[in-house]
Design a protein around this ligand. Structure first.
Ligand code: GRF
Length: 338
């Protein structure tokens, strides 16, 4: 079981969505929500869900983050997800959980990010710029506001007649799909030993090609995001020198958007409901129970469990269907005999 903490400062609809997503599985659990202001919506939501909420005043976040870090350590928190958290995170957090702190931002970063770009301001700016697309971004948190490496993005259309409120709603829906997946992916990466060549390629923002035998380095390597222009990062400790690294050095044109590794198995929920109503009730209900578990298992990271639930749902739908057809076939001759 991996325990995660959510930091929030507002309504907490993302926090609620994340808690619900991981509620049923046994791989990931929201251990606590930590907040930096009082009387905010997230408190009531978490009370309802039975998730502990810890409050620390903003001065503590700014000047004495050690006690918050200690609390998180005591609870063995593996990953921190910022969801509408408005304080600037102290560097000590970033050093203590490297590549284990995520943030969600309501635009397609790097556009419409940075200081002042939060809440309605973002959507107003997107509309003022006449963009056809907006969306949500989950990125790693580093020392630059909204500047960390992008983990995943989800696009939404900007529709004619959109107001900041309608656009915000649509982006929020995208966030509910995106954030749990990004958390699963970030935890998966924590568990997967990083190939040093890949890490090096990511740092230099070039494509990694395991098949390439001869390295062709870019003439002028792209500066790493958030580092001073022109500064070339040193190779990571223990990694081969750039000249020896087997990779193909095509410069990347945009930030990497990482898809989820595997598609969610079909839940067959509609078929479960139909067979329950039209065929045989009890096996139909069993099918519904399995169908309902598919997405929660999948988003909790239990991919095998989700596949099993999907297969079981399928089997019980077939059973329900067969019993239904059998009963209907027997019903007519039996009625005649009677
Ligand atoms: C979200 O739109 C998120 O992108 C941004 O703050 C908002 C939080 O909303 N960082 P909620 O509190 O989760 O409803």
């Amino acid at each position: 079981m991996k325990k995660i903490a959510i930091f929030a400062s507002g309504s907490g609809s993302n926090a609620e969505n994340i808690v619900n997503f991981f509620h049923e599985g046994n791989r990931i659990r929201v251990e606590m929500v930590v907040i930096d202001r009082q009387n905010i919506g997230v408190i009531e939501r978490m009370e309802r869900l039975g998730v502990p909420v810890y409050y620390f005043p903003r001065k503590t976040w700014r000047e004495n983050p050690d006690q918050i870090i200690e609390l998180l350590r005591q609870h063995d928190i593996k990953l921190i997800a910022l969801a509408g958290f408005l304080s600037i995170l102290h560097d000590e957090f970033i050093d203590a959980w490297p590549r284990r702190i995520l943030n969600i931002h309501p635009s397609l970063l790097p556009d419409f990010g940075g200081p002042g770009m939060w809440g309605g301001n973002v959507h107003e700016a997107v509309l003022a710029a006449n963009r056809e697309k907006s969306g949500a971004t989950v990125h790693y948190v580093d020392k630059v506001v909204d500047g960390g490496e992008i983990l995943m993005q989800q696009e939404v259309d900007v529709l004619p007649g959109d107001t900041p409120d309608t656009l915000e709603q649509r982006v929020h829906e995208a966030e509910y799909l995106l954030y749990p997946r990004a958390i699963v992916e970030a935890l998966r990466r924590v568990d997967t030993p990083v190939n040093p060549d890949v890490a090096w390629a990511q740092k230099l923002k070039i494509d990694y090609d395991p098949e390439a035998t001869r390295p062709e380095l870019p003439q002028t390597p792209q500066p790493v995001q958030n580092e001073a222009p022109g500064q070339i990062p040193p190779p990571l400790p223990g990694t081969p020198s750039p000249a020896a690294a087997p990779m193909n050095a095509a410069p990347m044109t945009s930030a990497p958007v990482v898809p989820v590794q595997e598609a969610m198995p079909t839940s067959y929920l509609i078929w479960s409901i139909l067979t329950t109503i039209l065929c045989s009730t009890i096996p139909g209900i069993v099918a519904i129970l399995f169908s309902a578990r598919v997405s929660s298992l999948f988003y909790s990271g239990d991919i095998e469990g989700a596949k099993r639930a999907s297969r079981n749902a399928e089997i019980w739908i077939i059973i329900s269907f067969c019993i239904g057809v059998l009963s209907a076939t027997l019903y007519v001759p039996l009625t005649f005999l009677a």
